[in-house]
Design a protein around this ligand. Structure first.
Ligand code: ARG
Length: 580
Protein backbone atom coordinates (compact mmCIF):
# COMPACT_ATOMS: atom_id res chain seq x y z
CA UNK A 1 0.00 0.00 0.00
CA UNK A 2 2.64 2.45 1.04
CA UNK A 3 5.27 1.41 -1.46
CA UNK A 4 3.59 3.10 -4.43
CA UNK A 5 3.84 6.48 -2.72
CA UNK A 6 7.23 5.92 -1.15
CA UNK A 7 8.55 5.11 -4.63
CA UNK A 8 6.95 8.11 -6.25
CA UNK A 9 8.34 10.52 -3.69
CA UNK A 10 11.77 8.87 -3.87
CA UNK A 11 11.70 9.19 -7.66
CA UNK A 12 10.79 12.84 -7.39
CA UNK A 13 13.68 13.45 -5.01
CA UNK A 14 15.97 11.43 -7.27
CA UNK A 15 15.14 13.61 -10.25
CA UNK A 16 15.58 16.79 -8.27
CA UNK A 17 18.90 15.87 -6.69
CA UNK A 18 20.17 13.76 -9.60
CA UNK A 19 20.64 10.66 -7.50
CA UNK A 20 19.26 7.13 -7.72
CA UNK A 21 15.84 6.94 -6.06
CA UNK A 22 16.80 4.06 -3.71
CA UNK A 23 18.99 6.30 -1.60
CA UNK A 24 15.92 8.22 -0.44
CA UNK A 25 13.90 5.20 0.67
CA UNK A 26 15.46 4.87 4.16
CA UNK A 27 14.91 8.57 4.84
CA UNK A 28 11.20 8.44 4.00
CA UNK A 29 8.58 7.37 6.49
CA UNK A 30 4.86 7.63 6.97
CA UNK A 31 3.92 10.29 9.50
CA UNK A 32 2.63 8.57 12.65
CA UNK A 33 -0.66 9.73 14.14
CA UNK A 34 -0.33 11.58 17.37
CA UNK A 35 -2.96 13.16 19.53
CA UNK A 36 -3.26 16.19 17.35
CA UNK A 37 -4.50 15.65 13.86
CA UNK A 38 -2.07 15.73 11.03
CA UNK A 39 -2.40 16.45 7.38
CA UNK A 40 0.89 15.35 5.86
CA UNK A 41 1.35 11.69 4.95
CA UNK A 42 5.08 11.19 4.47
CA UNK A 43 8.13 12.85 5.91
CA UNK A 44 11.73 13.01 4.78
CA UNK A 45 14.51 13.18 7.32
CA UNK A 46 17.31 15.49 6.25
CA UNK A 47 19.53 14.10 8.98
CA UNK A 48 19.28 10.61 7.53
CA UNK A 49 20.24 11.97 4.11
CA UNK A 50 23.21 13.76 5.67
CA UNK A 51 24.26 10.61 7.55
CA UNK A 52 24.03 8.55 4.35
CA UNK A 53 26.11 11.07 2.45
CA UNK A 54 23.27 11.93 0.10
CA UNK A 55 23.38 15.54 1.25
CA UNK A 56 26.46 17.44 2.47
CA UNK A 57 26.48 17.40 6.25
CA UNK A 58 27.92 20.87 6.88
CA UNK A 59 25.97 24.09 7.02
CA UNK A 60 22.63 25.21 8.32
CA UNK A 61 20.19 22.30 8.28
CA UNK A 62 17.13 24.52 8.30
CA UNK A 63 18.34 26.32 5.21
CA UNK A 64 19.16 23.04 3.53
CA UNK A 65 15.67 21.73 4.31
CA UNK A 66 13.92 24.81 2.99
CA UNK A 67 16.11 24.89 -0.06
CA UNK A 68 15.31 21.31 -1.00
CA UNK A 69 11.62 21.76 -0.24
CA UNK A 70 11.44 24.76 -2.52
CA UNK A 71 12.81 22.73 -5.41
CA UNK A 72 10.12 20.08 -4.99
CA UNK A 73 7.13 21.17 -6.99
CA UNK A 74 3.59 19.86 -6.71
CA UNK A 75 2.65 17.13 -9.13
CA UNK A 76 -0.12 14.62 -9.70
CA UNK A 77 0.99 12.56 -6.68
CA UNK A 78 2.23 15.16 -4.23
CA UNK A 79 -0.26 17.86 -3.39
CA UNK A 80 1.77 19.83 -0.91
CA UNK A 81 5.38 20.08 0.32
CA UNK A 82 6.36 21.86 3.52
CA UNK A 83 9.62 22.25 5.42
CA UNK A 84 10.06 22.20 9.15
CA UNK A 85 13.26 21.81 11.24
CA UNK A 86 15.16 19.17 9.29
CA UNK A 87 12.04 17.48 7.97
CA UNK A 88 10.16 17.82 4.73
CA UNK A 89 6.49 16.89 4.85
CA UNK A 90 4.58 15.58 1.87
CA UNK A 91 0.84 15.60 1.52
CA UNK A 92 -0.42 13.25 -1.14
CA UNK A 93 -3.15 13.94 -3.62
CA UNK A 94 -6.21 13.00 -1.55
CA UNK A 95 -8.17 11.07 -4.13
CA UNK A 96 -5.16 9.16 -5.39
CA UNK A 97 -4.17 8.39 -1.82
CA UNK A 98 -7.54 6.89 -0.94
CA UNK A 99 -7.71 4.97 -4.19
CA UNK A 100 -4.22 3.45 -4.00
CA UNK A 101 -4.50 2.58 -0.34
CA UNK A 102 -7.65 0.60 -0.90
CA UNK A 103 -6.62 -0.95 -4.18
CA UNK A 104 -5.36 -4.25 -2.71
CA UNK A 105 -8.74 -4.93 -1.11
CA UNK A 106 -10.86 -5.28 -4.18
CA UNK A 107 -12.06 -8.64 -2.96
CA UNK A 108 -12.62 -9.13 0.70
CA UNK A 109 -10.61 -12.12 1.66
CA UNK A 110 -8.10 -13.61 3.97
CA UNK A 111 -4.84 -13.61 2.09
CA UNK A 112 -4.47 -10.19 0.58
CA UNK A 113 -0.84 -9.20 0.16
CA UNK A 114 -0.15 -5.58 0.72
CA UNK A 115 2.89 -5.17 -1.44
CA UNK A 116 5.49 -4.81 1.28
CA UNK A 117 8.19 -2.56 -0.04
CA UNK A 118 11.03 -4.85 -1.01
CA UNK A 119 13.40 -1.89 -1.10
CA UNK A 120 12.57 -1.04 2.47
CA UNK A 121 13.08 -4.64 3.55
CA UNK A 122 16.17 -5.23 1.48
CA UNK A 123 18.67 -5.12 4.28
CA UNK A 124 16.56 -7.53 6.34
CA UNK A 125 16.19 -10.38 3.88
CA UNK A 126 18.34 -13.13 5.17
CA UNK A 127 17.36 -16.37 3.49
CA UNK A 128 16.80 -19.22 5.90
CA UNK A 129 15.96 -18.39 9.50
CA UNK A 130 15.99 -21.10 12.14
CA UNK A 131 13.93 -20.14 15.18
CA UNK A 132 14.22 -22.29 18.27
CA UNK A 133 11.46 -21.79 20.84
CA UNK A 134 9.28 -23.35 23.52
CA UNK A 135 11.79 -26.12 24.37
CA UNK A 136 10.24 -27.56 27.53
CA UNK A 137 11.81 -30.31 29.62
CA UNK A 138 10.28 -33.77 29.67
CA UNK A 139 8.66 -34.75 32.99
CA UNK A 140 9.15 -31.26 34.37
CA UNK A 141 6.85 -28.28 34.67
CA UNK A 142 5.85 -26.25 31.63
CA UNK A 143 6.29 -22.90 33.32
CA UNK A 144 5.42 -19.35 32.33
CA UNK A 145 8.86 -18.99 30.74
CA UNK A 146 8.11 -21.83 28.35
CA UNK A 147 4.78 -20.24 27.52
CA UNK A 148 6.47 -16.93 26.75
CA UNK A 149 9.13 -18.63 24.66
CA UNK A 150 6.40 -20.44 22.73
CA UNK A 151 4.36 -17.39 21.80
CA UNK A 152 7.33 -15.08 21.22
CA UNK A 153 9.15 -17.63 19.07
CA UNK A 154 5.99 -18.26 17.09
CA UNK A 155 5.63 -14.52 16.48
CA UNK A 156 9.22 -14.20 15.29
CA UNK A 157 8.80 -17.18 12.98
CA UNK A 158 5.53 -15.78 11.57
CA UNK A 159 7.05 -12.35 11.07
CA UNK A 160 10.12 -13.67 9.29
CA UNK A 161 7.94 -15.85 7.13
CA UNK A 162 5.66 -12.98 6.19
CA UNK A 163 8.74 -11.02 5.14
CA UNK A 164 9.69 -13.78 2.75
CA UNK A 165 12.28 -15.73 4.73
CA UNK A 166 12.39 -19.47 4.65
CA UNK A 167 11.66 -20.33 8.27
CA UNK A 168 12.51 -23.49 10.19
CA UNK A 169 10.61 -23.81 13.47
CA UNK A 170 12.41 -25.93 16.00
CA UNK A 171 11.56 -27.22 19.44
CA UNK A 172 14.64 -28.27 21.43
CA UNK A 173 13.39 -30.55 24.17
CA UNK A 174 15.11 -31.07 27.47
CA UNK A 175 15.16 -34.81 26.89
CA UNK A 176 18.51 -35.80 28.35
CA UNK A 177 20.38 -35.64 31.60
CA UNK A 178 20.19 -37.05 35.10
CA UNK A 179 16.45 -36.36 35.28
CA UNK A 180 16.01 -39.41 33.03
CA UNK A 181 18.05 -41.53 35.37
CA UNK A 182 15.65 -40.55 38.12
CA UNK A 183 12.61 -40.97 35.95
CA UNK A 184 13.76 -44.39 34.75
CA UNK A 185 14.49 -45.55 38.26
CA UNK A 186 11.31 -43.95 39.56
CA UNK A 187 9.07 -45.48 36.95
CA UNK A 188 9.98 -48.93 38.12
CA UNK A 189 8.78 -47.98 41.60
CA UNK A 190 5.86 -45.59 41.09
CA UNK A 191 5.02 -45.90 37.41
CA UNK A 192 1.70 -47.15 36.18
CA UNK A 193 1.34 -47.99 32.46
CA UNK A 194 -2.41 -47.29 32.66
CA UNK A 195 -1.93 -43.80 34.04
CA UNK A 196 0.85 -43.18 31.57
CA UNK A 197 -1.62 -43.85 28.79
CA UNK A 198 -4.45 -41.81 30.26
CA UNK A 199 -2.63 -38.73 31.38
CA UNK A 200 1.00 -38.98 30.36
CA UNK A 201 2.35 -35.56 31.26
CA UNK A 202 0.66 -35.58 34.63
CA UNK A 203 1.88 -39.07 35.41
CA UNK A 204 5.49 -38.53 34.35
CA UNK A 205 5.57 -35.36 36.39
CA UNK A 206 4.19 -37.15 39.48
CA UNK A 207 6.69 -39.96 39.18
CA UNK A 208 9.49 -37.48 38.77
CA UNK A 209 8.44 -35.44 41.82
CA UNK A 210 8.08 -38.59 43.91
CA UNK A 211 11.41 -40.10 42.99
CA UNK A 212 13.14 -36.79 43.49
CA UNK A 213 11.81 -36.61 46.99
CA UNK A 214 12.96 -40.15 47.70
CA UNK A 215 16.38 -39.57 46.23
CA UNK A 216 16.94 -36.71 48.65
CA UNK A 217 17.53 -39.13 51.50
CA UNK A 218 18.08 -42.46 49.84
CA UNK A 219 21.48 -43.44 48.55
CA UNK A 220 19.90 -46.55 47.00
CA UNK A 221 17.58 -44.48 44.84
CA UNK A 222 20.36 -42.16 43.81
CA UNK A 223 22.41 -45.12 42.80
CA UNK A 224 19.54 -46.63 40.84
CA UNK A 225 19.16 -43.32 39.00
CA UNK A 226 22.83 -43.16 38.14
CA UNK A 227 22.69 -46.75 37.02
CA UNK A 228 19.73 -46.09 34.74
CA UNK A 229 21.32 -43.01 33.22
CA UNK A 230 24.54 -44.88 32.57
CA UNK A 231 22.55 -47.58 30.78
CA UNK A 232 20.96 -44.87 28.68
CA UNK A 233 24.28 -43.34 27.78
CA UNK A 234 25.53 -46.78 26.79
CA UNK A 235 22.46 -47.31 24.62
CA UNK A 236 21.29 -50.30 26.57
CA UNK A 237 18.14 -51.28 24.73
CA UNK A 238 15.66 -51.64 27.58
CA UNK A 239 16.54 -48.28 29.05
CA UNK A 240 16.48 -46.63 25.65
CA UNK A 241 13.09 -48.03 24.81
CA UNK A 242 11.57 -46.78 28.07
CA UNK A 243 13.13 -43.35 27.47
CA UNK A 244 11.84 -43.38 23.90
CA UNK A 245 8.35 -44.14 25.15
CA UNK A 246 8.46 -41.20 27.56
CA UNK A 247 9.67 -38.93 24.83
CA UNK A 248 7.19 -40.05 22.16
CA UNK A 249 4.25 -39.74 24.48
CA UNK A 250 5.35 -36.30 25.61
CA UNK A 251 5.82 -35.01 22.08
CA UNK A 252 2.43 -36.22 20.95
CA UNK A 253 0.75 -34.65 24.00
CA UNK A 254 2.53 -31.37 23.37
CA UNK A 255 1.62 -31.38 19.71
CA UNK A 256 -1.99 -31.55 20.73
CA UNK A 257 -1.76 -28.57 23.11
CA UNK A 258 0.41 -26.52 20.74
CA UNK A 259 -2.30 -26.96 18.15
CA UNK A 260 -4.82 -25.33 20.47
CA UNK A 261 -2.40 -22.48 20.81
CA UNK A 262 -2.00 -22.22 17.03
CA UNK A 263 1.65 -23.18 17.18
CA UNK A 264 3.52 -25.85 15.26
CA UNK A 265 7.08 -27.03 14.79
CA UNK A 266 8.90 -28.39 11.80
CA UNK A 267 11.39 -30.21 13.96
CA UNK A 268 11.35 -31.68 17.44
CA UNK A 269 14.97 -31.98 18.33
CA UNK A 270 16.43 -32.22 21.79
CA UNK A 271 19.48 -32.46 23.93
CA UNK A 272 19.59 -36.25 23.55
CA UNK A 273 20.35 -35.92 19.86
CA UNK A 274 23.73 -34.38 20.47
CA UNK A 275 25.22 -36.74 23.01
CA UNK A 276 27.90 -38.24 20.83
CA UNK A 277 28.57 -34.98 19.01
CA UNK A 278 29.07 -33.21 22.31
CA UNK A 279 32.03 -35.46 23.03
CA UNK A 280 33.41 -34.79 19.55
CA UNK A 281 33.04 -31.07 20.13
CA UNK A 282 35.11 -31.43 23.28
CA UNK A 283 37.77 -33.24 21.27
CA UNK A 284 37.84 -30.44 18.70
CA UNK A 285 38.28 -27.89 21.44
CA UNK A 286 41.04 -29.94 22.96
CA UNK A 287 42.91 -30.29 19.69
CA UNK A 288 42.66 -26.54 19.15
CA UNK A 289 44.20 -26.08 22.57
CA UNK A 290 41.09 -24.36 23.87
CA UNK A 291 40.12 -26.89 26.51
CA UNK A 292 41.90 -26.67 29.84
CA UNK A 293 41.64 -28.95 32.82
CA UNK A 294 40.74 -27.15 36.01
CA UNK A 295 42.04 -27.94 39.51
CA UNK A 296 38.78 -29.79 40.17
CA UNK A 297 39.38 -31.97 37.14
CA UNK A 298 36.65 -30.43 35.02
CA UNK A 299 37.16 -29.41 31.39
CA UNK A 300 36.87 -25.66 30.91
CA UNK A 301 37.28 -22.99 28.26
CA UNK A 302 38.92 -19.73 29.24
CA UNK A 303 36.76 -16.85 28.06
CA UNK A 304 38.54 -14.03 29.86
CA UNK A 305 39.89 -11.31 27.58
CA UNK A 306 43.35 -11.49 29.19
CA UNK A 307 43.57 -15.29 29.28
CA UNK A 308 43.87 -15.33 33.07
CA UNK A 309 40.98 -17.75 33.67
CA UNK A 310 38.98 -14.98 35.37
CA UNK A 311 35.99 -15.99 33.28
CA UNK A 312 35.63 -19.65 32.44
CA UNK A 313 32.95 -21.93 31.08
CA UNK A 314 32.74 -25.58 32.13
CA UNK A 315 32.14 -28.08 29.33
CA UNK A 316 33.02 -31.40 30.97
CA UNK A 317 32.33 -32.72 34.46
CA UNK A 318 35.19 -34.45 36.24
CA UNK A 319 33.59 -37.82 35.39
CA UNK A 320 33.83 -36.94 31.72
CA UNK A 321 30.09 -36.34 31.11
CA UNK A 322 28.88 -33.34 29.15
CA UNK A 323 26.76 -30.40 30.25
CA UNK A 324 23.88 -28.33 28.90
CA UNK A 325 26.22 -25.93 27.10
CA UNK A 326 28.35 -28.72 25.63
CA UNK A 327 25.24 -30.15 24.02
CA UNK A 328 24.24 -26.69 22.79
CA UNK A 329 27.63 -26.28 21.10
CA UNK A 330 27.21 -29.58 19.30
CA UNK A 331 23.59 -28.82 18.46
CA UNK A 332 24.42 -25.45 16.90
CA UNK A 333 27.12 -26.88 14.63
CA UNK A 334 24.87 -29.78 13.70
CA UNK A 335 22.02 -27.42 12.76
CA UNK A 336 24.29 -25.30 10.62
CA UNK A 337 25.39 -28.38 8.73
CA UNK A 338 21.92 -29.84 8.35
CA UNK A 339 19.82 -26.77 7.64
CA UNK A 340 22.32 -24.22 6.27
CA UNK A 341 20.55 -21.44 8.11
CA UNK A 342 21.52 -17.84 7.41
CA UNK A 343 20.50 -16.81 10.89
CA UNK A 344 19.49 -18.66 14.04
CA UNK A 345 17.37 -17.22 16.83
CA UNK A 346 17.04 -18.69 20.32
CA UNK A 347 14.14 -17.57 22.49
CA UNK A 348 14.45 -18.06 26.26
CA UNK A 349 14.09 -16.02 29.41
CA UNK A 350 16.81 -13.53 30.22
CA UNK A 351 18.37 -15.71 32.93
CA UNK A 352 19.99 -17.64 30.08
CA UNK A 353 21.52 -14.57 28.46
CA UNK A 354 24.97 -15.42 29.75
CA UNK A 355 24.64 -19.02 28.61
CA UNK A 356 24.02 -17.89 25.04
CA UNK A 357 26.67 -15.23 25.22
CA UNK A 358 29.21 -17.91 26.15
CA UNK A 359 27.83 -20.30 23.57
CA UNK A 360 28.37 -17.80 20.76
CA UNK A 361 31.80 -16.85 22.08
CA UNK A 362 32.98 -20.45 22.10
CA UNK A 363 31.54 -21.14 18.65
CA UNK A 364 33.48 -18.14 17.32
CA UNK A 365 36.64 -19.30 19.06
CA UNK A 366 36.20 -22.66 17.32
CA UNK A 367 36.27 -20.85 13.99
CA UNK A 368 32.51 -20.93 13.33
CA UNK A 369 32.18 -17.42 11.98
CA UNK A 370 28.48 -18.08 11.29
CA UNK A 371 27.94 -17.69 15.05
CA UNK A 372 27.87 -13.95 14.23
CA UNK A 373 24.44 -14.53 12.80
CA UNK A 374 23.14 -16.33 15.87
CA UNK A 375 21.05 -14.37 18.26
CA UNK A 376 19.43 -14.82 21.65
CA UNK A 377 16.11 -13.06 22.20
CA UNK A 378 15.69 -12.74 25.96
CA UNK A 379 12.46 -12.01 27.79
CA UNK A 380 11.50 -11.12 31.36
CA UNK A 381 9.77 -13.09 34.08
CA UNK A 382 6.03 -13.43 34.55
CA UNK A 383 4.78 -13.25 38.10
CA UNK A 384 1.63 -14.82 39.41
CA UNK A 385 0.50 -17.07 36.60
CA UNK A 386 -1.98 -19.13 38.61
CA UNK A 387 -5.23 -20.93 37.93
CA UNK A 388 -8.19 -21.32 40.29
CA UNK A 389 -6.82 -24.64 41.42
CA UNK A 390 -3.35 -23.32 42.10
CA UNK A 391 0.00 -23.25 40.45
CA UNK A 392 0.34 -23.83 36.73
CA UNK A 393 2.15 -27.06 35.93
CA UNK A 394 1.08 -27.75 32.37
CA UNK A 395 0.39 -25.59 29.35
CA UNK A 396 -3.02 -27.19 29.14
CA UNK A 397 -3.92 -25.77 32.57
CA UNK A 398 -3.39 -22.22 31.34
CA UNK A 399 -5.39 -22.80 28.18
CA UNK A 400 -8.27 -24.42 30.05
CA UNK A 401 -8.40 -21.66 32.60
CA UNK A 402 -8.24 -18.96 29.94
CA UNK A 403 -11.00 -20.60 27.93
CA UNK A 404 -13.25 -21.12 30.97
CA UNK A 405 -12.87 -17.52 32.10
CA UNK A 406 -13.53 -16.16 28.63
CA UNK A 407 -16.54 -18.42 28.17
CA UNK A 408 -17.91 -17.10 31.43
CA UNK A 409 -17.43 -13.48 30.30
CA UNK A 410 -18.99 -14.22 26.96
CA UNK A 411 -22.05 -15.92 28.44
CA UNK A 412 -23.15 -12.44 29.51
CA UNK A 413 -23.51 -11.38 25.88
CA UNK A 414 -26.44 -12.41 23.73
CA UNK A 415 -24.45 -13.10 20.56
CA UNK A 416 -22.64 -15.97 22.25
CA UNK A 417 -25.77 -18.07 21.88
CA UNK A 418 -25.57 -17.81 18.11
CA UNK A 419 -22.04 -19.23 17.93
CA UNK A 420 -21.49 -22.64 16.37
CA UNK A 421 -18.76 -23.52 18.80
CA UNK A 422 -18.62 -21.10 21.74
CA UNK A 423 -15.80 -23.01 23.40
CA UNK A 424 -13.60 -22.73 20.35
CA UNK A 425 -14.34 -19.01 19.99
CA UNK A 426 -13.72 -18.41 23.70
CA UNK A 427 -10.39 -20.18 23.40
CA UNK A 428 -9.26 -18.12 20.42
CA UNK A 429 -10.27 -14.89 22.11
CA UNK A 430 -8.61 -15.90 25.37
CA UNK A 431 -5.37 -16.79 23.59
CA UNK A 432 -5.47 -13.42 21.88
CA UNK A 433 -5.79 -11.83 25.33
CA UNK A 434 -2.85 -13.81 26.62
CA UNK A 435 -0.68 -12.83 23.68
CA UNK A 436 -1.52 -9.13 23.75
CA UNK A 437 -0.89 -8.92 27.50
CA UNK A 438 2.48 -10.52 26.91
CA UNK A 439 3.48 -8.50 23.83
CA UNK A 440 2.43 -4.99 24.79
CA UNK A 441 5.62 -3.97 26.52
CA UNK A 442 9.31 -4.59 25.82
CA UNK A 443 10.01 -8.34 25.99
CA UNK A 444 12.81 -7.79 28.49
CA UNK A 445 10.42 -6.45 31.13
CA UNK A 446 8.98 -8.61 33.85
CA UNK A 447 5.23 -8.36 34.24
CA UNK A 448 2.41 -9.44 36.48
CA UNK A 449 -0.01 -11.94 35.06
CA UNK A 450 -3.55 -10.62 35.53
CA UNK A 451 -6.52 -12.62 34.25
CA UNK A 452 -9.11 -9.90 34.87
CA UNK A 453 -7.18 -7.13 33.22
CA UNK A 454 -6.16 -9.10 30.18
CA UNK A 455 -9.68 -10.41 29.54
CA UNK A 456 -11.36 -7.00 29.58
CA UNK A 457 -13.39 -6.26 26.48
CA UNK A 458 -12.62 -2.57 26.61
CA UNK A 459 -9.17 -1.10 26.79
CA UNK A 460 -6.06 -2.29 25.05
CA UNK A 461 -6.51 -6.03 25.19
CA UNK A 462 -6.52 -8.98 22.85
CA UNK A 463 -10.26 -9.26 23.45
CA UNK A 464 -10.64 -5.78 21.96
CA UNK A 465 -8.70 -6.87 18.84
CA UNK A 466 -10.93 -9.91 18.41
CA UNK A 467 -14.07 -7.92 19.12
CA UNK A 468 -13.13 -5.33 16.50
CA UNK A 469 -12.37 -8.00 13.95
CA UNK A 470 -15.63 -9.85 14.62
CA UNK A 471 -17.62 -6.62 14.39
CA UNK A 472 -16.04 -5.77 11.02
CA UNK A 473 -16.80 -9.27 9.75
CA UNK A 474 -20.37 -8.92 10.87
CA UNK A 475 -20.69 -5.57 9.10
CA UNK A 476 -19.34 -7.11 5.92
CA UNK A 477 -21.67 -10.13 6.25
CA UNK A 478 -24.71 -7.97 6.78
CA UNK A 479 -23.93 -5.99 3.65
CA UNK A 480 -23.05 -8.82 1.34
CA UNK A 481 -25.47 -7.41 -1.22
CA UNK A 482 -23.38 -4.27 -1.67
CA UNK A 483 -20.60 -4.64 -4.17
CA UNK A 484 -17.54 -2.76 -2.98
CA UNK A 485 -15.33 -3.94 -5.84
CA UNK A 486 -15.58 -0.50 -7.39
CA UNK A 487 -15.89 2.61 -5.31
CA UNK A 488 -15.54 6.34 -5.60
CA UNK A 489 -12.51 7.55 -3.61
CA UNK A 490 -13.89 11.06 -3.39
CA UNK A 491 -16.53 9.72 -1.00
CA UNK A 492 -13.85 8.86 1.57
CA UNK A 493 -12.23 12.22 2.05
CA UNK A 494 -13.54 13.05 5.49
CA UNK A 495 -11.17 13.12 8.45
CA UNK A 496 -12.19 9.75 9.91
CA UNK A 497 -11.48 7.73 6.76
CA UNK A 498 -8.31 9.58 5.87
CA UNK A 499 -6.98 9.04 9.39
CA UNK A 500 -7.50 5.28 9.13
CA UNK A 501 -5.73 5.21 5.77
CA UNK A 502 -2.86 7.31 7.08
CA UNK A 503 -2.50 4.78 9.86
CA UNK A 504 -2.53 1.87 7.40
CA UNK A 505 0.19 3.63 5.46
CA UNK A 506 2.53 2.75 8.31
CA UNK A 507 1.88 -0.99 8.30
CA UNK A 508 4.97 -2.08 6.40
CA UNK A 509 7.21 0.22 8.41
CA UNK A 510 5.81 -1.25 11.61
CA UNK A 511 6.61 -4.76 10.40
CA UNK A 512 10.06 -3.55 9.44
CA UNK A 513 10.60 -2.09 12.88
CA UNK A 514 9.47 -5.32 14.56
CA UNK A 515 11.74 -7.33 12.30
CA UNK A 516 14.69 -5.15 13.21
CA UNK A 517 14.49 -5.45 16.98
CA UNK A 518 12.27 -8.57 17.11
CA UNK A 519 9.89 -6.81 19.49
CA UNK A 520 6.17 -7.45 18.94
CA UNK A 521 5.12 -4.28 20.77
CA UNK A 522 5.30 -2.14 17.61
CA UNK A 523 2.80 -4.33 15.82
CA UNK A 524 0.56 -4.78 18.89
CA UNK A 525 0.31 -1.06 19.49
CA UNK A 526 -0.26 -0.38 15.81
CA UNK A 527 -3.19 -2.82 15.78
CA UNK A 528 -4.68 -1.49 19.03
CA UNK A 529 -4.57 2.03 17.61
CA UNK A 530 -6.18 0.78 14.42
CA UNK A 531 -9.00 -0.73 16.48
CA UNK A 532 -9.62 2.57 18.23
CA UNK A 533 -9.80 4.34 14.88
CA UNK A 534 -12.18 1.70 13.60
CA UNK A 535 -14.41 2.19 16.65
CA UNK A 536 -14.75 5.89 15.78
CA UNK A 537 -15.39 5.01 12.17
CA UNK A 538 -18.26 2.72 13.16
CA UNK A 539 -19.87 5.72 14.87
CA UNK A 540 -19.10 8.32 12.27
CA UNK A 541 -19.31 6.44 8.99
CA UNK A 542 -22.49 4.39 9.09
CA UNK A 543 -23.07 2.04 6.19
CA UNK A 544 -26.70 1.32 6.81
CA UNK A 545 -28.99 4.12 5.70
CA UNK A 546 -26.32 5.79 3.55
CA UNK A 547 -26.77 6.29 -0.19
CA UNK A 548 -25.59 3.31 -2.22
CA UNK A 549 -22.26 4.83 -3.38
CA UNK A 550 -21.38 6.09 0.06
CA UNK A 551 -22.18 2.70 1.57
CA UNK A 552 -20.03 1.06 -1.09
CA UNK A 553 -17.03 3.27 -0.40
CA UNK A 554 -17.31 2.90 3.37
CA UNK A 555 -17.57 -0.86 3.12
CA UNK A 556 -14.42 -0.86 1.06
CA UNK A 557 -12.66 1.09 3.79
CA UNK A 558 -13.88 -1.26 6.53
CA UNK A 559 -12.96 -4.24 4.46
CA UNK A 560 -9.40 -2.96 3.96
CA UNK A 561 -9.01 -2.19 7.65
CA UNK A 562 -10.31 -5.66 8.47
CA UNK A 563 -7.77 -7.33 6.18
CA UNK A 564 -4.84 -5.47 7.68
CA UNK A 565 -6.09 -6.17 11.19
CA UNK A 566 -6.43 -9.89 10.43
CA UNK A 567 -3.03 -10.02 8.79
CA UNK A 568 -1.35 -8.36 11.76
CA UNK A 569 -3.17 -10.56 14.24
CA UNK A 570 -2.02 -13.68 12.42
CA UNK A 571 1.58 -12.54 12.56
CA UNK A 572 1.21 -12.11 16.31
CA UNK A 573 -0.01 -15.70 16.47
CA UNK A 574 -3.69 -14.88 16.95
CA UNK A 575 -6.45 -16.57 14.96
CA UNK A 576 -9.01 -13.85 14.20
CA UNK A 577 -12.59 -14.89 14.99
CA UNK A 578 -15.46 -13.97 12.68
CA UNK A 579 -18.15 -13.91 15.35
CA UNK A 580 -18.08 -13.54 19.09
N1 ARG B 1 15.01 -26.67 27.94
C1 ARG B 1 15.59 -25.43 28.37
C2 ARG B 1 14.86 -24.90 29.60
O1 ARG B 1 13.77 -25.27 29.88
C3 ARG B 1 15.55 -24.37 27.30
C4 ARG B 1 16.35 -24.68 26.08
C5 ARG B 1 16.76 -23.46 25.36
N2 ARG B 1 17.47 -23.73 24.17
C6 ARG B 1 18.76 -24.05 24.07
N3 ARG B 1 19.26 -24.31 22.92
N4 ARG B 1 19.54 -24.10 25.15
O2 ARG B 1 15.41 -24.06 30.28
Amino acid sequence: MACFFRRRIAAKLGRTLQQPEEVFIPALSAVPLFKKQKTADFKLSINTLRANGVLPSGGDIQLQTENLASQLKQDSVVEDVSADRGTIHFTLNRKLFVQKMLEPFEKHGEDVTFGLDSELFDNLKRGTTLVEYSSPNIAKKFHAGHLRSTIIGNFIANLKQSLGNNVIRMNYLGDWGMQFGLLGAGFGRFGCPEKLKQNPLQHLFEVYVQVNKEAEHSEVVKQAARHFFRQLEQHESEAVSLWQRFRDITVSEYQHVYKRLGVHFDIYSGESEHQAQAQETVQQLRSRGLLKTSEKGTGVVDLSPDGDMSSICTLLRSDGTTLYITRDLAAAADRKQKYHFDEMIYVTDKSQANHFHQLFQILLAMGHSWAESCQHVPFGLVQGMKTRTGEVVFLEDVLNEARARMLHNMSQSKTTKELDDPEDTAEKVAISALIVQDFKGPLQSDYKFDWDKMLQAQGDTGVFLQYTHARLCSLIRRNEGIDAATFDPSLLLERTSVTILQHLLRYDEVLYQSAQDLQPKHLVNFLLKLCHLIASAHRELPVRGSPQEVAQARLRLFSGACSVLASGMRILGITPVHKM
